[in-house]
Ligand binder design. Sequence first.
Ligand SMILES: Cc1ncc(COP(=O)(O)O)c(C=O)c1O
Length: 387
Amino acid sequence: MNAFQISTRLNQVGFSDIVTIRNRVMELRAAGKPVFEFQGGEPFMPSPEPVKEAMIKALREDKTRYAPSSGIAELRVAIAEKLKVKNHINAPDTDIIVTNGGTQALFVAFQTLLNLRDEVLLFSPYWTPIADMVRACEAVPVYVSTAEARADGFLQTLEKHLTPHTKLVYFNTPNNPTGDIFTRDEAEAVAAFAVKNNLLVIADEAYEDLIYDVAEHFSIASLPEMYERTISIYTFSKSYSMTGYRIGYAVAPEAFMSGLQRLTLYSTNGVSTATQYAALAALQLPPSYLAESRQAYLERRNLLVGSLNELGFACPMPRGAFYAFPDVSRINTDSRQAFQILLDRAQVACVAGNIFGTHGESHVRMSYSLPLETIEQGLESLRKNFT
Ligand SMILES: Cc1ncc(COP(=O)(O)O)c(C=O)c1O
């Protein structure tokens, strides 16, 4: 055995393909070429002024010492209220843990629940880091085609993948990369399957506030018999343009919370204290803040998706997040080739769909979280080069 080898636990854990894309874009930029950057995954707006002010104020007031590793009391109380009103999840503040973004919440959630060789059902296309987080637990991701579940029924499709090793379902709505949302009926079908087979659920609701054409985001943990088997994950990153602050949270029943708390304690010992005051200010923003940012995304979505369809890149209208997931098979059915061609010919950067699983093949992910003029310029370049 080679003592200098890192843990075999990490053998199957990949590193983000998106980094490769970013490097390629940087090369083009360095060569003086314009690149229309649709590949990103974060809000285009700056974070709200009251959020920045709250963080500065916390620093000025010397709120710079260790905070409780599960989060400051004021923030957990405000989150509990938000969960009650918006998500219809009635949880005591002791069932809430503040984390370094949704990413840490997801990582500690999988680590808390999974044992060696446990299987995790993932609706696919899926957010790529999830499979790596599952593998980091020496557990096994099992891919369930969302399109197939829609066509053949959720229960029937999920049952096809059920084995004695199945432990949990990862349920992400709104979805990265497709921008799709699961309806209440679909969430009910997944919940019925989980209850029937005694499975757990990790609900990733990172994009809960970015929804269009629907009245309300629906949280699976709000269904009967679901709270006790679900860890629900949220973040300030997307709702409040706070990706760089690194703050999110998980809500889970006491039985799971003890695992989440230990893993958070020993990995980060909590979130930077001043950042938690910034998050508290975000929750105190008037509802008009979210309504206005939703309107800004809606306008961008309509522009991008409408034009992609006109250009012959079939794309269903996504009802959430800030991604479009057009079919690019008219350029190339291999999405990595299509990505390359789009970049070389039109300087349009996006993410190849098969990075999000084989069910994403023939598609690319394009973010519309961009200034309107960048979207227009990118579309013009597509028009010039592909019509
Ligand atoms: C589906 C999904 N979940 C969770 C996250 C985590 O975001 P953060 O760690 O910034 O909270 C992301 C970020 O891109 C995401 O796309």
